[in-house]
Design a protein. Structure first.
Lengths: 897, 123
């Protein structure tokens, strides 16, 4: 009996069987069978032809058998191949887990580093996604675009005038639906519950945002007719709080601000709009009256559902076409400085300041991520080098290079998965704090849901980076010195391949240093900017000033007279309170949103502008806020309705319109652009004084705005109940006095919001604080990682050169010269990284320009500080191993051989 | 992955071969040592003194099916005269399958023998 002599090489090497291979095997087997039979039959005396026929007859339908056997064989091969892979993977994973557990510090540091890199990227990406890209849970979020209004080159605002909307609604070609909304409220019900906020919307609006009622019906065309009965959709929260979630609520009535509305439906809890931090409690139909259509004020949010497949260019073309058409259709409105329509994204409208910051931060995290990768590569390389003997032994026992490469890659795969597992929950936990740090009102609860895209991306990035690092390091370390290190002694390591490995480690440290320089430079510039803003002189007093705002005045405070009487009473009450030094009322608190008003110098329609800052204050405001009078007189208690209308203007206003002339006694028209040809909004006002410029829009405003200050007692419009400011010696006195004065004047006013002026200043810097804190964190992280990298490389170098150092010392080298040697070598890669990183940082700092304040993107002080910090860290990080080297005992190292 | 093992064509010849019997014979034959397909066939023919004709067309699908089940291992080797042939041998699984089947067969044969040798019982 014969014996198998040759093994299937493909099987031995675990190569997959090809289809052709299987077929050839089957053919060979059957041919062998027939040949054997023929011999047998010929031996029994048959002729060759007869024997062949007989053999084929006995076997039966050859092709059929062939097919049959082939089918089974292929199945077997497939199963075997998969089995091989699974088996190999399981054994690799098991081995990798064991070897990682044996080195817990390495494992922990790699996971921590990767987690920091990946987690930071993921958290910022999440924030960008949530705040800028996909902030609202609308079903067609990708196709939603907003319309905004732009005046000249100034940044557009995300609102439009009614006529504008109507024109676009009727003529634009890029939208499937174009809706508009405006916020109402707070509105108060008759049941004494808390006031609620709501919106008025056109019918198309609900279609655009994909809001469908969970109970009842949506708003229909008949709700928009002139004689329609008032109807309302309830927000989910109001439905629950006021109707107890009653499913038969449709048909009930609610009274809001004195009008009775019939409930026709309830919207789902997920329905939100960008303008309100909480979902709207009520949604009413919005119909533009003929009068509203004449309004040039941009006070409505227009949101459209783009037709699917509309390109950016088609949008731009449509905007250009619509602008031209509108300009020729309504020249008189353009003349009223109505501005032009632009298409905007959510981020541009609702997070205009935050969006660029978030993108910059995302860029910064990319650097942090790269740095983390370089550090991990450094660690993995170091570990691979110490395992050279292990690999060499395994190679000698028959493990191929691919097997060892695969083992390292599997280890990295596990580390990547572990990092992702830590990074995902960590970044989800961070993202809320992150955005709150930036701006509280921009974060909604609905934005905090776990997003599968973010989770998948984070996992892919973590695992991908880890595997790639493993692959590169494994290929590099297994390339040439297998056999060399098997014969290995300290000597081969000291002279041979490890020199190139030291080079690789130096390169990695250099890269880390360069990245750290970029991040440090960014952080340095932002820190300078932060302190510059902190020390900006706004032109008004902060210390000892306290403010109070009334959130929800009662319904009957609907006229300016009522508000004025109330304000007068509060000021009288405050004046009578001990501890209050000064007190004033103002429509606009510093650093809050102000009011724009066109102004024209009387008789000079060319001396005009569409948007001067308009402030209405009580006479004591300038004294309270310490805003210095430059010329003329202060407002006085006698500037009331019925006396000569007066106005104070800012220095910049004088500079703009009265170039060198004395403005006192001149008259201006407030509320009029290029004069008031037909109906004057209010009588001309006489300029009685000039006050210093203030930066009361924002401390960072590049130039003071041209401001007109009018007496609160003399205005003819109704800006609502004013806010109050007091100067007091003691914060608690101020807070109590403000609350009491307001409650005594009108018990129904409710609790006012009281804040110190310094807190308002601080709150106005929250976005800046956000980017600064984040960048500083990134830079600190970068510094720590670089420090670890330098330390690791220097320690490794020392351990490799113990003998050489021993010889040097035996030959008379002093310890300090050994220290200098090691430190020099440790600092060198960092210095090279610095030389590369500085120009990169200088080039990149330009993108930070929008975030900088009072410091240029090439501020020499900041960059010098970066260089000093980095070199300092490099020296410290390599000094520790250098000290160890200096304590080497020459006698012992020489005996080591 | 759906596991589809082709059905062996039912083998029947002069003395009709019961379903599953071919597998058993192959297992038994291979218990003597590795053999190629033709040798298995010749061994069965010799042992049964040509009384049992195995349908040759059924042999190879059966061998491959058993390899797929893990009862057999196959390797290419050379015969005594140096011709290349595919050799089959039993795996530990195959050996276990063989002894299980033999036990079942014997039980079956005993039961069958009892029935066939039974004397008629008068009611």
């Amino acid at each position: 009996m014969s014996k198998p002599e040759r093994w299937n090489l493909r099987r031995v090497f675990r190569l997959p069987a090809t289809r052709a291979r299987v077929r050839a095997d089957v053919d060979a087997e059957l041919e062998f069978h027939i040949a054997g039979r023929i011999e047998e039959l010929m031996a029994q005396g048959l002729s060759r032809t007869d024997a062949e026929n007989e053999a084929r007859r006995r076997l039966g339908d050859f092709a059929n058998i062939e097919r049959e056997v082939e089918r089974v064989s292929r199945h077997t091969e497939r199963r075997r191949t998969i089995g091989d892979h699974v088996e190999a993977l399981v054994s690799d994973v098991r081995y990798a887990v064991r070897s990682l557990i044996r080195q817990p510090i390495f494992t922990a540091v790699v996971i921590l580093t990767l987690t920091l890199g990946v987690g930071a990227t993921s958290a910022i990406f999440h924030a960008v996604d949530r705040v800028v890209l996909h902030p609202l849970p609308y079903p067609n979020a990708d196709r939603i675009a907003y319309l905004g209004t732009q005046w000249g080159k100034t940044p557009p605002i995300g609102a439009v005038a009614p006529r504008r909307f109507q024109f676009w609604h009727d003529n634009s070609r890029i939208f499937d639906a174009l809706g508009v909304s405006t916020t109402i409220g707070p509105v108060v019900g008759d049941d004494g519950g808390a006031p609620v906020e709501g919106i008025r919307v056109t019918q198309a609006f609900l279609r655009v945002v994909g809001a469908a009622p969970i109970i009842g019906r949506s708003l229909l065309a008949r709700d928009y007719t002139a004689d329609a009965a008032p109807v309302v959709l309830l927000g989910h929260s109001l439905w629950v709080s006021r109707f107890g979630g009653d499913r038969s609520v449709v048909g009930h009535t609610v009274r809001l601000d004195g009008t009775t509305y019939t409930v026709v439906g309830v919207l789902p809890a997920s329905f939100e709009i960008a303008e309100l931090a909480t979902p709207p409690a009520v949604v009413e139909p919005l119909v533009f009256s003929a009068k509203a259509l004449e309004d040039v004020g941009a006070n409505y949010t227009a949101v459209g559902l783009l037709r699917s497949g509309v390109s950016r260019k088609q949008i731009d073309d449509d905007v250009a076409r619509m602008t031209a058409n509108y300009r020729s259709a309504f020249p008189e409105r353009i003349a009223k400085d109505e501005g032009d329509i632009v298409a905007m994204t959510y981020g541009q409208i609702f997070a205009p300041d935050l969006a660029p910051q978030l993108w910059i931060m995302l860029g910064a995290t990319a650097f942090v991520f790269l740095l983390a990768c370089a550090n991990v590569a450094n660690l993995v390389l170091a570990r691979a080098l110490t395992r050279q003997r292990e690999f060499a032994v395994r190679a000698a026992l028959g493990a191929g290079r691919s097997r060892i490469v695969r083992q390292i890659v599997v280890e990295m795969l596990l580390l990547g998965v572990a990092s992702a597992a830590v990074a995902i929950p960590a970044s989800l936990a961070t993202v809320r704090g992150l955005v709150e740090l930036a701006h509280r009102s921009l974060m909604r609860d609905s934005q905090l849901h776990v997003d599968t895209r973010v989770v998948v991306l984070t996992t892919l990035v973590a695992v991908g980076a880890a595997v790639l690092i493993g692959l590169v390091v494994a290929m590099a370390t297994t390339s040439a010195n297998f056999t060399r290190s098997l014969s290995g002694s300290a000597r081969t390591n000291a002279t041979g391949g490890s020199t190139s490995h030291r080079g690789v480690r130096g390169l990695l440290v250099g890269i880390e240093s360069a990245i750290a320089v970029v991040l440090l430079a960014g952080a340095g510039l932002l820190i300078s900017s932060f302190f510059n803003v902190l020390h900006v002189d706004g032109g008004f007093r902060r210390e000892g000033v306290y403010t109070a705002t009334v959130a929800h005045p009662p319904l009957d405070y609907k006229t300016h007279d009522a508000s004025l009487r109330f304000a007068q009473q509060v000021l009288d009450n405050l004046r009578a309170t001990p501890g209050i030094v000064d007190e004033a009322a103002t429509v606009t608190l510093p650093l809050q949103r102000g009011t724009n008003m066109p102004t024209t110098v009387e008789g000079r329609n060319d001396l005009t502008e569409g948007a001067s800052e308009w402030r209405a204050v009580s006479p004591s405001y300038f004294r309270t806020m310490d805003i210095r009078l430059v010329a003329g007189r202060d407002l006085s208690e006698s500037d009331v309705a019925g006396t000569t209308p007066v106005v104070l203007v800012s220095e910049s206003y004088v500079k703009r319109f009265f170039n060198g002339e004395n403005p006192i006694g001149r008259r201006i028209l407030v509320g009029c652009y290029k004069g008031c040809p037909r109906h004057a909004w209010e009588p001309a006002r006489e300029i009685v004084g000039v006050v210093r410029d203030v930066r009361d829009m924002s401390l960072e405003q590049s130039a003071p705005r041209h401001t007109v200050w009018v007496p609160l007692a003399q205005i003819t419009n109704d800006p609502g109940v004013p806010a109050f400011v007091v100067r007091a010696t003691d914060p608690s006195v101020a807070a109590t006095a403000l609350r009491r004065a307001i409650a005594d004047a009108e018990p129904r006013m409710g609790m006012p919001d009281v804040a110190a002026m310094s807190d308002l200043v601080s709150a106005s810097m929250s976005w800046r604080r956000f980017s600064t804190v984040l960048m500083v964190c990134f830079a600190a992280l970068a510094l720590v990682l670089t420090c670890v990298g330098i330390y690791g490389a220097a320690s490794y170098a020392v351990s490799q050169r113990v003998r050489e150092i021993g010889i040097r010392m035996a030959l008379g080298a002093r310890p300090h010269s050994v220290v200098a040697l090691v430190v020099r070598q440790g600092v060198m890669p960092a210095a090279i990284g610095l030389c590369v990183g500085l120009p990169v940082a200088l080039a990149l700092s330009r993108v930070l320009k929008t975030l900088l304040f009072g410091v240029g993107p090439r501020d020499p002080m900041s960059f010098a500080a970066v260089a000093i910090v980095l070199l300092g860290v490099a020296i410290v990080a390599s000094y520790v191993p250098a000290r160890r080297a200096a304590r080497v005992d020459p006698a012992r190292t020489l005996r080591m051989e | 992955m759906p596991r589809r093992t082709p059905n062996a064509p039912s083998a029947d010849s002069e003395l009709g071969l019961l379903r599953g019997t071919l597998d058993l014979f192959i297992l038994k034959t291979l218990s003597w040592g590795p053999m190629h397909g033709l040798a298995i066939l010749q061994w069965i023919e010799r042992t049964t003194r040509q009384r049992l004709q195995i349908e040759e067309g059924a042999l190879y699908p059966a061998l491959h099916r058993m390899e797929d089940k893990g009862w057999l291992d196959a390797e290419w080797g050379h015969t005594d005269v140096g011709r290349r042939a595919k050799f089959y041998r039993l795996t530990p699984d195959g050996r276990r399958q063989l002894s299980n089947t033999i036990i079942k067969w014997n039980q079956y044969a005993e039961a069958a023998a009892l029935i066939l040798s039974a004397k008629g019982v008068t009611p």
